[in-house]
Design a protein around this ligand. Structure first.
Ligand code: GCO
Ligand code: MG
Length: 412
């Protein structure tokens, strides 16, 4: 089973996606997600110029060998561009192997460890009434776990807050699709940690009073706090029993988590911007986190993330795979197959893709009673409609960034 065609497809139905499509000499195809939000074309070039020529003629069955070859032969290791490119190849090869075997990928990974995947959605609001509406929307959609993000009095624009409700069914009017956020320059947002630290516990108190103690609630700090601020927030949120506090400090300062950990029992999740097991090794071994946020798309694929999660399992640390809409339907499918198979699954982030995205990518996953399931089609269960994809050419799109009120650039 020889790889004899490798195409890199860029499409922007609701946002930009980079997909690798491999075809074998016996006509099987496999898809891999290589989307790196805001830096998409760097991965396109890495794949097209440096990886595709190496794939042609290789045995499509040799997933581990291909992974090791791409990782080690480059000499320059790790990094989001390299690891997104390797991830795409890895996913596409698992897709092909599943099709060759006539089995969904989760069967090849050991079979289902559960009936479906607990998933959390993103509720947000500019004030409490709009936040409550958004939570209600999510409950009606069947979500059994919900992330809570709110505006902070005095700050104009913050990541993760939709202008209206963050969930509108079709998924077209959310913060992650707003046209103002796509363009030739990154949108500037503002930030001050003090008003946020004062405000957030009150929001969680109000949400608990309105919706009760049962529903698992999550929050994303998006790397904005110092270690001692994060420790203080974790402690202040303890009465509201969070499922997790995510990215409380900048992820690259791993020692920070030791300090946070000493002060709070609020569970911690980190790692959406990590790309290898080396980024997780110490914080797993020292038990400084509770959930691994790595994405299949950015961690070098199913092969590499499974190894990281197996290592995390030794310490009762669970998966919490990244799943915003900048993970393509192919990357989401890979996450679902992996999540279904591993023993230490924790929760899956799930932001519904927009209508146009779902027309470009035909998907077999199901969403029922608050649980995701990748479906039982051979492979990953996703196909790409090239004609649909061709309607939506690449659009320059940057992530926003933050400045403090005195003008200092801050973590976004
Ligand atoms: C999350 C993330 C995302 C990121 C985005 C950047 O928890 O879902 O923080 O919303 O900001 O993926 O590309
Ligand atoms: Mg996050």
């Amino acid at each position: 089973m020889i790889i004899d065609k490798a195409e890199v497809i860029v499409t922007s139905p609701n946002r930009n996606f980079v997909t690798l499509k491999l075809t074998t000499d016996d006509g099987l195809t496999g898809l891999g997600d290589a989307t790196l939000n805001g830096r998409e074309l760097a991965v396109v070039a890495y794949l097209t110029e440096h990886v595709v020529p190496l794939l042609l003629g290789r045995d499509a069955h040799r997933i581990e060998d291909t992974w090791q070859f791409l990782y080690r032969s480059a000499y320059w290791r790790r990094g989001p561009v390299t690891m997104a490119a390797i991830a795409a190849v890895d996913m596409a090869l698992w897709d092909i192997k599943g099709k060759a075997a006539g089995m969904p990928v989760y069967q090849l990974l050991g079979g289902a460890s559960r009936n479906g995947l607990l998933a959390y959605g993103h509720a947000s609001g500019t004030d409490l009434p709009s936040l409550f509406d958004s939570v209600r929307d999510h409950l009606e959609q069947g979500f059994k776990a919900i992330r809570i993000q709110t505006a902070v009095p005095g700050l104009k624009a913050i990541y993760g807050i939709a202008a209206q409700s963050s969930f509108t069914g079709g998924g077209e009017e959310r913060y992650d699709h707003e046209p103002a956020r796509r363009g030739a320059k990154p949108v500037e947002e503002d930030w001050e940690t003090r008003p946020y630290l004062l405000h957030l516990p009150k929001v969680f108190e109000a949400v608990r009073n309105e919706f009760g103690p049962e529903i698992p609630l999550l929050h994303d700090g998006h790397h904005r706090m110092t270690p001692i601020q994060a420790a203080k927030l974790g402690k202040a949120l303890e009465p509201y029993d969070l499922f997790w506090l995510e990215d409380c400090t900048p992820a690259e300062n791993q020692e920070a988590l030791r300090l946070v950990r000493q002060h709070t029992t609020t569970p911690l999740a980190i790692g959406e911007i990590f790309n290898t097991v080396w980024d997780f090794k110490d914080i797993i071994r020292e038990q400084l986190i509770d959930y691994v946020r790595g994405a299949v798309t950015h961690m070098g694929g199913i092969t590499a993330l499974k190894k990281t999660l197996d290592y995390a399992a030794l310490y009762q640390i669970k998966s919490g795979m990244h799943g915003p809409t900048d993970i393509s339907p192919v990357g989401m499918a890979a996450a679902m197959h992996l999540g279904l198979a591993i023993h230490n699954f924790g929760i899956q982030e799930y932001m519904k893709h927009g209508t146009r995205t779902n027309e470009v990518f035909q998907q077999s996953f199901t969403w029922q009673d608050g649980l995701l399931h990748p479906g039982d089609q051979p492979g990953l269960g996703v196909e790409l409609d090239l004609d649909e994809a061709g309607k939506y050419p690449y659009e320059q799109a940057y992530l926003p960034y933050n400045r403090l009120s005195d003008g200092t650039v801050h973590d976004w």
